[in-house]
Structures are given as C-alpha cells and as structure tokens.
Design a protein around this ligand. Structure first.
Ligand SMILES: Cc1cc2nc3c(=O)[nH]c(=O)nc-3n(C[C@H](O)[C@H](O)[C@H](O)COP(=O)(O)OP(=O)(O)OC[C@H]3O[C@@H](n4cnc5c(N)ncnc54)[C@H](O)[C@@H]3O)c2cc1C
Length: 477
C-alpha cells in the first residue's frame, strides 16, 4: 500500500470512527437499547440495563433538569413505598434515594374546626411511606445511571414516531429542529401518560386503548418553612383535609416546606370555575380549610400562578410489539394519584421487566411478552384501587363508620396473621396488586359481618371474628 493510500485509508477510518462514536444519530442499527423519556421509570430502567451490561441511549424531550433551576418550578413530592423501594434496592440505589425521603407513618386528618386526628397507616409502627421530591429523585436517578458509564442522555430530543416494522424511532432535536431515525436492539417507551410511542401503537391493528379523565383537577400550592427554619406542621405525616367532594393534602419536603395539593371538581358549586378571583380563593380556603390559611402566605399567588392539572386513567393493550418495543410506567398505565402508587407501579414494572429480560436469554420478544402478561392484570387492579381510594381519601376518612372499620382492621391484623388491610398489602408488601384487590374485597365482607350492629371494639365477638376470618380467608392459610 502506497503512502498516499495509507493516508486516505486512515482518514476514512477516522471519519467512520467519528461518525459511529460521536454521532448518536447514526441510522445504523447497533447493540444499544433506546429508552424514550428520562422521567422516573426511564431513568431507573436505564440504570438497571446498564448494570446488566447494555449500552443505553435515553431520549428526553425536556432540557436536563439538573442544569435548570427546578426549585423555581413546582416542587412536587410523591409518596414512595415498598414496591418502589424494592425496585430501587435491586438496582443498588435504595440507600441513595432514602437520603432524600421523609417517613410518613400515618395520615393527619384536619377537620373544619382545625382539630387534628392522626391515623396510622399500619398496625406496625415501623411501616411508613416516604415523602420525596419528584425533581430530586429524578435527578439522582439520572446521576446514578450516568455514573455507570453505559448510559447517554440526549435532552431536548423528542420522539415523534416509531416504525414497528423496522424498529426505528424518529427523533427531533428540539434545539436545531433536525429530525433523524435510529434503531437499537430494542426500545423501551417510558414517555409518560401521553406517550408518543403509545400514540404510534394506537395506529396498529387491534390495539386497545382508553383514557378516562376525572371530573376533578388538581392545583399545587405551598406551605413555606416556619421561623428559624422549622416545619409549620407535623412533618412525619401525610396531611389531609377531607371535605366530601374535594380535599387538600400536604406532604413534607426536606427544606421544611410542604407541598400542598388541592383536588377539586372543574365545575359545580365548589369548583375551579367558581374560583376566579383572589378573594374567592381566600374565602373558599377560610371556610373549608381554616387552619391551613395562616400557613399559606402565598395562597392566592400560587393558586393563579400554578396550572390546574388533569387526572387521567389510561388503559391499553398490548404493551409490546414483538421484540421492537415495550411500554413502561405511565405510558402503559397512567393512574389517578390517590393510592400514591403511580411511580411505585412504574418502578415495579422496571423490576419485573428486568426479571423477564434475565429469563429470556437475549430474546427480547420473549422478555416483553412475559413482562406484559405479568403486569397488565396488576396495572388494571391498581388503577381500580386508585379510583376507589379517591372516595376513601376525600370522603370516608372523615366518616365515623370508616374510622371504626380501620380500628377493627388494625386489631384484626394484630390478632390474625392472615388478615392484612388493603392499604397494608398495597403500600407495605409486594403482594401482586390483583391479589391485593381480591383480598381487599374479602376483607370488606369480614368487616361488614363482624361489625354488624357493633360500634366499639370492645363489643366485637372475637370468637365469631375467628370463625368468619377462617371461613373467608381459610384458603390463604
Ligand atoms: C398530582 C400527582 C401526584 C402523584 N403522587 C404520586 C405518589 O404520591 N406516589 C406515586 O407512586 N405516584 C404518584 N404520582 C404518579 C407518578 O407521578 C407517575 O406515575 C410517575 O411519574 C410515572 O413515571 P414515568 O416515568 O412513567 O412517567 P413520567 O414521570 O411522566 O416521565 C415521562 C418522561 O417522558 C418524557 N417525554 C414525554 N414525551 C416524550 C417524547 N415524545 N419524547 C421524549 N421524551 C418524552 C417527559 O418529559 C418525562 O420526562 C402522582 C401523579 C400526580 C399527577
């Protein structure tokens, strides 16, 4: 080979290397996995796949939230419980994430007179859910997955389409406007409740899809830190102001503030459409949530500055197409937030998908198929329980009969190892959601029978309770 040939060859080799290593937009297929969406599920799944040795590319339509001031935006917090923690533990991230969390062992109910009533979530004082900032959690998941060296994040890159014949995803660089296609071993769509990939799947034959919006929306408000950097309310509780058709909740943040969320109908006597002026907002809060008002100096500003969010349940099937793509998290099953389980369910998806990948020996179709069969029935169950829990949170927690049933449940949980409340099963165990739903229905039968005509714990006939529990839950033994 002449010197000139050598130069030409080496230049060509250098050019190819640059294209393949520095241009993430090569349309050549390669051995990486594409994830759409760097939200909670996408960032955790990236870490899980990287730990398995896969190269991962994550396309996220928003800018990198680690470089923008998230504190200036809405400081939303979420309740993280056992299912989510288990998935984080499997990924080796539980301790890192728990540093950001505040334990909440029960609900603090605020009545209209400002009286407080603490209701533990579990008979076991060591069982608690955790308040965690969505932004901080998301940033930490991205940091941790990136530190594994196999994950590349592409921010301001929006997925527009997917071709399910070729497996190519179509991505738009939001800064330059450039549109390109690329293809990996497989794609995991974690692009949230309004998923672009799911939208593309809706155009394929026999794809089932439904979305149901609640008549209620939500608005985020804030209780700032008190004097000398203190909490203005009990920090180790999820605060609820239940008022029948509407309610307010508040979860603590590490900076001593609380994120407050108002859930309210869009229309009607007490509704967003009636709260059009600062005076109307103040009057509504002063009559309905009087003890919260002095703690909220920016009530009116927050109310009109922050958007009103909608609440949707999305159901669809299938969740996967061959070996090409699978939906994950809200993209597959958005649920209303009243069981505090959307993120937990999304993290549980990651854990089950991880198991299915391990069991499929490189066969992505087999992995995706096993994953969707395992998860669909459970996603449907938690969607239903979340809808039912809305009624419980806004209405029943203030109802004497409901509170009595809760006390009886805790007593039964102490006296009978087979009896577990639905909340206990959902939040503090990994019993599959569908099984928790079924057992919750059986619990209700038990409670109705043993509290029939009874108003205090002391009057419960424990022999009869033993018989009823044995009869109804006998199979579980
Ligand atoms: C008011 C409220 C309170 C909640 N409280 C709780 C709670 O207490 N506990 C709990 O477990 N869950 C809670 N949830 C649910 C939880 O927020 C979601 O279930 C969770 O965020 C789902 O994670 P995800 O990664 O699937 O979706 P997301 O977190 O929504 O992430 C999706 C990501 O995809 C990106 N994206 C979207 N479209 C594209 C595109 N075309 N291309 C590229 N990127 C895209 C988005 O920018 C986003 O980053 C709550 C939800 C709401 C609305």
């Amino acid at each position: 080979m002449s010197f000139i040939h050598l130069i030409i060859f080496s230049q060509f080799f250098l050019f190819c290397t640059l294209i393949l290593t520095h241009n993430p937009f090569s349309t050549l297929s390669s051995n990486h996995i594409n994830i759409i969406g760097a939200g909670l599920a996408g960032a955790l799944m990236a870490a899980i796949l990287a730990k398995k040795g896969y190269q991962v590319r994550v396309y996220e339509r928003r800018p990198d939230m680690r470089k923008t001031d998230i504190s200036a935006g809405r400081s939303i917090n979420l309740a993280l419980s056992v299912r989510g923690l288990h998935a984080l533990e499997e990924a080796g991230l539980k301790e890192d994430i728990l540093e950001l969390a505040i334990p909440m062992p029960g609900r603090m109910i605020h009545d209209t007179a400002g009286e407080l009533d603490f209701q533990p979530y579990s008979k076991d004082p060591n069982h608690y859910i955790n308040s965690i900032s969505r932004g901080e959690l998301n940033c930490r998941l991205m940091d941790k997955s990136e530190s594994l060296k196999r994950v590349d994040y592409f921010f301001e890159h929006r997925c527009l389409e997917m071709d399910f014949d070729t497996g190519e995803i179509v991505i738009q660089n939001e800064q330059t406007g450039e549109v390109f296609s690329e293809k990996g071993l497989a794609t995991i769509a974690a692009d949230g409740a309004f998923s672009a990939v799911r939208y593309a799947m809706q155009k394929t034959p026999r794809f089932n899809f439904s979305q149901d919006f609640l008549d209620h929306g939500y608005k985020e408000l804030t209780i700032p830190p008190g004097p000398n950097d203190t909490y203005l309310m009990e920090p180790n509780a999820l605060h609820i102001w239940p008022r029948g058709q509407y309610m307010v909740i508040a979860l603590p943040n590490l900076d001593k503030s609380f994120t407050v969320t108002l859930f309210l109908p869009y229309e009607g006597e007490y509704s967003f459409e009636r709260l059009q002026t600062p005076a109307a907002v103040r009057q509504f809060f002063e009559t309905q949530f009087p003890d919260a008002v002095p703690l909220m100096p920016t009530l009116e500003e927050d109310f009109f500055d922050n958007p009103t969010g909608s609440l949707v349940t999305v159901r669809c099937f299938p969740w996967a197409i061959g070996e090409k793509v699978a939906l994950l998290g809200d993209a597959a099953h958005a649920i209303v937030p009243f069981f505090g389980q959307g993120m937990n369910a999304a993290f549980e998806d990651c854990s089950i998908l991880s198991e299915c990948i391990d069991g499929a020996d490189g066969d992505w179709e087999k992995a995706f198929s096993a994953y969707q069969i395992s998860r669909k029935v459970n996603a449907d169950a938690i969607a239903q329980m979340a809808l039912e829990n809305y009624i419980e949170m806004r209405d029943k927690v203030a109802d004497d009969r409901f509170v009595f049933h809760k006390q009886v449940e805790h007593m039964l949980e102490r006296s009978h190892s087979t009896y577990k409340s639905r909340y206990e099963m959902v939040s503090f165990t990994r019993i599959p959601y569908a099984e928790a739903y079924r057992r919750g229905e059986l619990n209700q039968q038990i409670l109705e029978r043993i509290t029939d005509g009874v108003t205090s714990i002391e009057d419960i006939d424990m022999e009869m309770a033993d018989r009823v529990i044995e009869e109804v839950l006998g199979d579980l033994n």
